[in-house]
Design a protein around this ligand. Structure first.
Ligand code: IPD
Length: 291
């Protein structure tokens, strides 16, 4: 008998996961919620903010971070009661960061909190979804520029519904790099400075920093720079953006060049694996405590 494929159903179901999870619908919900949360962020963006420090003087939190995370988690939990959650602010307040095979929403309510505090316009609302510990979809929304980055496994990456793809440049000497300058230990500062020096001496075109790990990665996905690397970020900073990079044709790996482990607090996102290989020849690595 001829196998009749219902185009709509096959589009909506994730066949690769061998399950009936409707990932399209999950990510559509995430997108709607990110837009709703974006209104809260935009409203608070230009106003004075009450700011508190978390792990160190430059690790900040505002009431908007907390409000947005509460909004996202409460609404997702209501709609998908069996799903699990890892959220930046919930983890900081003591909830365990447990990553299981269950559908898990990995959330950074305001990635780029320091930018938000200073009204510097790169802030991202990040909602990633993993199933069986694989990231299957994600959204990163910058409410200030109204840019919605979105990807679903196997279906490409988009910004405001238009397909995006990584740069075709693979030559380290013709590449623009993105990384962040923050540090929380002398060792981290030393490694970061040594890596800047070594990469600049190797001839990269320059460094940029947007102040949001997720938006840095989205700028690799849209082809505005070739490689982003960072030590010290968390799973919620990279989960959603990682699939946006890979669906845009790029790679996301551990900074040593091995497979990415989102709990390992470091990552490199690039237009190609060969560029990562070149990068690894010039950098020292940092081992950090896992999420
Ligand atoms: C931070 C940003 C920043 C990165 C930090 C992150 P947050 O996230 O992504 O670019 O350098 O390591 O913690 O705290 O603003 O959500």
């Amino acid at each position: 008998m001829a196998c009749h494929i219902n185009a709509h159903a096959s589009f909506n179901k994730d066949i690769n996961m061998g399950s009936d999870y409707n990932i399209e619908e999950f990510i559509k919900t995430a997108e709607e919620l990110a837009r709703e949360a974006g209104v809260l962020v935009r409203d608070a963006y230009k106003k004075d903010k009450a700011v508190e420090s978390k792990s160190c003087a430059v690790d900040l939190v505002t009431e908007t971070d907390t409000k947005v995370e509460e909004l996202l988690i409460s609404r997702l939990r209501k709609k998908y009661p069996t799903h699990k959650f890892i959220g930046e602010e919930s983890t900081v307040s003591g909830e365990p960061c447990l990553w299981t095979d269950d559908p898990t929403w990995i959330i950074d309510p305001v990635d780029g909190t320091m930018n938000f505090v200073h009204s510097f316009p790169f802030v991202g609302i990040c909602i990633g979804l993993s199933i069986k510990k694989e990231i299957v979809g994600g959204v990163v929304y910058n409410p200030i520029y109204d840019e919605m980055f979105q990807a679903i496994k196997g279906k490409g990456a988009f910004c405001n519904n238009k397909p995006i793809k990584v740069s075709s440049q693979n030559d380290l000497k013709l590449s623009l790099f993105i990384t962040e300058v923050g540090f929380n230990s002398q060792e981290m500062l030393d490694v970061k400075v040594a890596n800047y020096k070594s990469l600049l001496e190797a001839g990269i075109r320059g460094f940029r920093s947007l102040g949001s790990a997720a938006l840095n990665m989205c700028h690799i996905a849209r082809g505005s720079a070739e490689l982003y690397y960072e030590y010290g970020i968390h799973c919620w900073d990279m989960a959603a953006a990682s699939i946006i990079v890979t669906e845009a044709g790029g790679v996301v790996m551990d900074t040593t060049g091995g497979p990415l482990d989102i709990m390992n607090r470091r990552c490199v996102a690039a237009s190609s694996g060969s560029l990562v290989k070149e990068f690894t020849k010039h950098v020292k690595h940092l081992q950090l405590q896992r999420d």
